[in-house]
Design a protein around this ligand. Sequence first.
Ligand code: AHG
Ligand code: MN
Ligand code: MN
Length: 344
Amino acid sequence: MTRPSLGPAGRDELGWTLDRHILERQRRIPGASGDFTGLFQSIALAGRVIASKVSKAGLADVLGATGAVNVQGETVQKLDELANNVLVRCVEAGGHVCVMASEEDETTIPIPPQYPAGKYVLMFDPLDGSSNIDVNISIGTIFSIHRRVTEKGPGTERDCLQPGFKQVAAGYIIYGSSTMLVYTTGDGVHGFTLDPLVGEFFLSHENIRIPKTAPTYSINEGNRSKWTPGVTKWIDTLKTKDAPGGKPYGLRYVGTLVADFHRTLLRGGVFAYPGDKGAPEGKLRLLYEAAPMALIAEAAGGAASTGRARVLELEPTALHQRVPLFIGSKDDVALAERFLADDA
Ligand code: AHG
Ligand code: MN
Ligand code: MN
């Protein structure tokens, strides 16, 4: 029987699954243990389970709030809690991680003693964009993987508080019109689309590159009264003929970081959640929102800044510390930094 030939990049006609992509990466690393592959498969499984719950949230009584308030001082949505538990359950038994950290847990999440402690650290925002769950707007999951720095035994907070440039991998899953998993290990950014009938993620966006600039800015204009003068001047310039390219930029803002970043990654432009007079550190969390998105942005040829410093070089001091974020096309982030320099 003749079999269809392999595609141009050695891909078979059936599509290139996430598992195969990760396995091929493992084969290129001498002495790879398969631990990373196993961890990634657990994360992908969690993504598929959460996608299934999200797709029928209205029917499965996972809309609305639990009535609890998390360490962030935010009302915990049922889907926040469910996604958090799914990720912990899918990962903890695999023996690939020594400790986890989540937006929804005040302290680090230990690996139960009956399971081996692995060499990786997983940190995540299990459900990003919670305010959009009940109104059927795209939401997501964000994850960050580090190598442990402690020698052995249960992982500690020290294993979590590492600068972003040391991440082994970072990625997100966007639960939108389709479910996509986008990740990088630093050498290229790749997107996989879930075929819900098959239950597999298939390669759909190989080696994503972010345009150097694009006429779109993404910021919550409702916070204008709290912006610093530098941010106000920057945004006002983007809305006039003095904007790069000589035409005013367009505004796109979903209110889910994963969705706003995904659009920026594919189309270019800049997303910003600046600090303001009341909260100089802004709203977004460094370890499981800004740092993983920054690794992806830079691997795709873009940039990620606090407005003054490269996000990936920040030395974290606390699990849930917040950081201002300007992320997207290299030229657009650089322009923001020039305006913010006046705020110094
Ligand atoms: P989370 O739902 O995980 O708390 O994250 C929400 C974040 C982020 O997704 C988004 O960019 C930002 O909150 C939107 O904040 P505003 O509603 O203040 O614009
Ligand atoms: Mn979030
Ligand atoms: Mn969240």
